[in-house]
Design a protein around this ligand. Structure first.
Ligand SMILES: [Zn+2]
Length: 586
């Protein structure tokens, strides 16, 4: 069968917006929420297991309907962002979801407050729900009284919530001016960054300078907002909730031990030299003595080889089949069920993603396929996500989604399998070089860069407690960049404002390391695969089929991986070092 560029078919979810099926789902959910409100009186510490499990199952049932509704609406919107019906339904589903969350909140509050002995008694019989229930209770020691929690919720809306909204409102209004082909253009950040990462060295420099000229003008105010955010974070989480550090809050959300995150950060610092070698190589290819920070993402592609869509699907399936025929079949099922939206269309969302809805559903994949080598890699990546969900389909709606630190395992591993196959078969040196450069560019952006952001956050939160000024923080950021890039990259002064331009560190403190964690984990697993061969495969498939039914540390420990050990993380860097070796030879 030959595959063509197409849109997807959402009929399996609902036949359309104005249909009795969709309206029925809203009604159904409303009924279930009303009936769930009625179980409040049944929640007693000594309640029997069967009644308890009925409550959990009822909660899962609501979640399933909610998942299906929000996916249908979200996928319709992604396929056509100009569709006003989809926009209207998006708002309706969001409002419905918020109401539903409020009306059912009592269950998780009760569950967190329940005494240890009874919680253990109920969890022992909860089967696959166990980890879901356990995770909720992880926060018990850091939970305040109901009255205090309510005050924090109310004050957050106008406090931290308002502060980050204000940050967005200010920075989203920025207009960047850049002279392109003799004409001054007014650009959004996205359009400006296309020039910052484009092929013209002069424009790259001017684009970055404009970016930080604009952020720098508001730097003192944006910096002050960051200080407030960090102080609030400390006051609430360290002073009131008694977390041991600002970062360990996030670690508990990710259910990853502090020592594992510390090991990841320290090993990354030790291996920054691998990237320095890579940047020196890039300088050579660009024909300059030393790379400027402006040139980090400069394209070096020489080949413009195009891959036909059907050939691309075949290459991806083949590379998966080499690992295990079962996963190739799963990838193919996504196509055969018409769950792939691959064509480029006006109004369609940019980029790519995979949506896994409920355990029994075949996931949906959105691509914008244009035939470049990186589009083939993206296809392998998103299909990896789909396979991950399909392998975990025997879990509940609460536990089949892998948790954040493991979320990129199958996707990145899928890309690695494809890359291996491409490199093994490709004779053209330019194409080989492009493939390896793409891998290293991505590894820099997701591993080194994000770990150094996390390092900055850790230091900045600490320094802010010691009354650091905005200028002190900018100086701290420059030191961070100097360590990150060593002597391989020239860093100009305006980069001292880069930190105030990173929304993540305002919105979700310490989120960024999850990217590095996930990516490096896969390189480390890949190293293990190369060393162990066949015997690695069942272990790997078991990791994937665990979904989110256990803590990441436990899932990986069962495969013989200790995420607290520096040695394990070093394995990932050995793979990257091998890629740079390869590039140096070309
Ligand atoms: Zn991904």
């Amino acid at each position: 069968m030959a595959y063509e560029l197409t849109t997807w078919n959402l009929d399996e979810l609902y036949p359309g917006f104005e249909t009795p099926e969709l309206q029925g789902a809203f009604d159904n959910l409303e009924e279930e929420v009303t009936s769930f409100e009625g179980v409040r009186d049944k929640l007693k510490p000594d309640m029997d297991v069967e009644t308890f499990l009925q409550v959990v199952r009822a909660s899962e049932s609501m979640t399933r309907i909610g998942n299906k509704l929000s996916s249908f609406v979200g996928l319709s919107f992604a396929a056509d962002t100009q569709n006003q019906t989809a926009q209207t339904y998006m708002a309706r589903v969001q409002q419905f979801g918020a109401d539903m969350a409020n009306r059912t909140l009592f269950f998780s509050l009760w569950w967190k407050e329940l005494d240890e002995k009874n919680a253990e008694r109920l969890m022992a019989e909860a089967g696959d729900y166990r980890y879901y229930l356990e995770e909720m209770r992880n926060f018990k020691p850091h939970t305040l009284s109901e009255a205090e929690e309510k005050i924090i919720n109310i004050k957050d809306v106008t406090g931290t919530g308002a502060l980050t909204t204000l940050y967005d409102a200010i920075t989203n209004r920025y207009v960047f001016k850049l002279e392109v082909d003799g004409e001054v253009q007014e650009l959004t950040r996205g359009a400006l960054m296309a020039h910052a990462q484009g092929g013209d060295p002069d424009l790259r420099e001017k684009a970055y300078q404009e970016l930080y000229r604009v952020y720098g003008e508001d730097g003192p105010i944006l910096g002050q907002m960051y200080q407030s955010r960090a102080r609030d974070w400390h006051n609430e989480n360290v002073s009131l909730r008694k977390f041991s550090s600002a970062m360990s809050v996030r670690n508990l959300v990710n259910d990853v031990p502090d020592e594992a995150v510390d090991a990841l950060i320290e090993v990354t610092r030790k291996n920054s030299k691998i990237f320095h070698r890579f940047f020196k190589l890039k300088a050579k290819l660009l024909g300059v003595d030393k790379l400027r920070r402006y040139d980090i993402y400069a394209p070096v592609a020489k080949s413009d080889k195009k891959f036909d869509y059907n050939d691309a699907t075949k290459m991806v399936f083949d590379s998966f089949r080499d690992f295990d025929p079962k996963i190739a079949e799963m990838a193919q099922r996504v196509f055969d069920k018409e769950h792939v939206d691959s064509e480029v269309r006006k109004g369609k969302r940019d980029g790519a993603f995979c949506a896994s809805i409920n355990p029994e559903d075949t996931p949906y994949v959105l691509l914008n396929y244009q035939g470049r080598a990186r589009d083939v890699a993206t296809m392998a990546h998103e299909l990896g996500h789909a396979i991950h969900a399909m392998l975990a389909s025997h879990h509940t709606a609460f536990t089949f989604h892998s948790s954040l630190p493991l979320a990129e395992t199958a996707s990145t591993f899928g890309e690695m399998m494809l890359t291996d196959k491409l490199l093994a078969e490709e004779k053209d040196e330019d194409v080989r070089r492009d493939i390896l450069f793409k891998q290293m560019d991505d590894a820099f952006a997701t591993i080194l860069r994000q770990v150094y952001f996390a390092l900055f956050e850790r230091d900045a939160h600490k320094k802010i407690q010691e009354k650091a000024s905005v200028d002190d923080l900018s100086a701290l950021y420059m030191e961070n960049l100097k360590e990150q890039f060593g002597d391989a990259v020239e860093i100009s002064d305006e980069f001292k404002w880069e930190w105030v331009s990173i929304p993540h560190i305002y919105h979700v403190p310490f989120y960024v390391y999850a990217y590095s964690f996930g990516q490096l984990l896969v390189f480390s697993l890949y190293k293990q695969f190369k060393a162990e061969g066949e015997s690695f495969k069942p272990k790997y498939l078991k990791i994937l089929s665990s979904g989110g039914s256990e803590s990441p540390a436990k899932i990986l420990a069962e495969a013989g991986v200790d995420i607290r050990s520096a040695e394990f993380w070093q394995g990932g860097f050995d793979v990257l070092s091998g890629m740079v070796d390869e590039l140096e030879k070309l």
